[in-house]
Design a protein around this ligand. Structure first.
Ligand SMILES: *Cc1c(COP(=O)(O)O)cnc(C)c1O
Length: 380
């Protein structure tokens, strides 16, 4: 059932066998510490995928199981994630055809559920009873829910930026919360240290498993457009995992012969936390971290993005671009979406704000990542 052949480092290109990665407490390159990308046996996947029923079946997260590293499909942990609507409200955009991938309709209200479904499935496959992670809120809520559903204990390391609705949601699922004195990067280091000293715990977060699960967002966009490729897909960038996963999904569809091109992938960040935009504008090969970022878009306040290099590659290889918007523009985009029936948190409106800023024409997909009920800042 598993078509993963190897993992490759984003920075130094070192290759690993899947068994080597599965043994690591922190699944990163042991040579240079960078993020890893899974590689598959695409000719085998192709045999499964190029069938009429696959092409016609309703889009849903586990429909794309062949592109995920799961050994036993009878043991997956799923709460009905994915299969989210691609909304079209013509009042929102006049310069092109705007479609909004509304990820708020996932079980815990954000796209993070796609990655969590796969991560918790892997935690069980590896025989773990506990999970731990650092989170700006949504991933914590998502992993806490899936862990609780599967009967696993969950510990969340929480940086100082997390809002009260998200903290409440994490606690509601019964997760243990540890407040960290510092930003997301500090919380991440604490979560990683925790897993190294607690070997019965499985580290969830923006590591290869999550990224493989998040790809289904990209598969669904193509599927919902009857396998026609849009001109632009616009995505908010925090750690960069989402944008990489969306790019990877479109790339894999080309590799298995379903589609013949990749859309321009556009990454949007906010002014006070823009390390990927900065690297893109200055054509850098490394990401320069931003310390203690402060923004209303708390879900993308990742000053030192784990998948920053991957995000850059997605933007460059797709001929896309990186865009910076202000907090004010993000809030105004949030209000505009909400007043047209689509309620998202500030980070969920950043893609739409980027589309307005760049006046994008053609068929444009905005990924609206998280539910408005999660952070109602500024609503009177
Ligand atoms: C996690 C998250 C993002 C950013 O995703 P990354 O994979 O960290 O780049 C954007 N919006 C919301 C609502 C999120 O929860």
């Amino acid at each position: 059932m598993v078509y993963v052949t190897s993992f490759r480092c984003f920075r130094c290109s070192r290759q690993y066998k899947p068994e080597e990665i599965e043994k690591l407490p922190i699944p990163r390159c042991s040579n240079c510490g960078s993020a890893l990308d899974a590689e598959y046996d695409y000719s085998s996947i192709r045999k499964i995928i190029l069938r009429d029923d696959f092409m016609r079946d309703k889009p849903a997260h586990w429909k794309y199981w062949a592109f995920m590293p799961v050994k036993d499909l009878s043991k997956i942990i799923t709460m009905g994630e994915g299969g989210t609507p691609l909304l079209e409200n013509i009042r929102l955009w006049k310069k092109g055809r705007l479609l909004i991938k509304y990820e708020a309709s996932n079980p815990t209200g954000s796209f993070k559920d796609r990655g969590s479904s796969l991560e918790i499935t892997k935690a069980l496959e590896f025989g773990k009873r506990k999970v731990a992670l650092a989170s700006t809120g949504n991933m914590g809520a998502s992993v806490a829910a899936y862990a609780a559903y599967a009967g696993l204990e969950c510990t969340v390391f929480i940086p100082d930026i997390v809002g009260k609705e998200k903290l409440t949601q994490i606690k509601a699922y019964g997760a243990k919360t540890i407040m960290v004195d510092g930003d997301y990067s500090v919380a991440m280091t604490e979560a990683e240290n925790f897993v190294v000293s607690n070997p019965d715990s499985f580290l969830t977060g923006d590591y290869p498993w999550r990224s493989e699960g998040t790809k289904t967002l990209g598969f669904e966009i193509a599927d919902q457009l009857y396998w026609r490729i849009p001109d632009h897909v616009v995505v908010p960038v925090g750690n960069g995992t989402l944008i990489w996963s969306v790019f990877e999904a479109f790339r894999e569809l080309v590799l298995v012969g379903i589609t013949d091109r990749i859309p321009r992938i556009i990454g949007v960040q906010v002014e006070n936390c823009d390390p990927v935009v900065h690297a893109w504008e200055n054509e850098l090969g490394e990401i320069i971290p931003v310390k203690d970022p402060q923004t209303v878009a708390t879900a993308i306040a990742c000053g030192d993005p784990i998948d920053g290099l991957a995000a850059l590659r997605a933007i460059r290889e797709s001929g896309g671009e990186a865009v910076r918007v202000s907090d004010k523009e993000a809030m105004s985009a949030r209000d505009m979406l909400a007043s047209n029936g689509i309620f998202v948190e500030p980070s969920g409106a950043v893609a739409y704000a980027g589309i307005i800023k760049k006046k994008l024409a053609g068929t444009v997909v905005a990924v609206a990542t998280g539910h408005g009920l999660k952070d109602m800042i500024g609503i009177k």
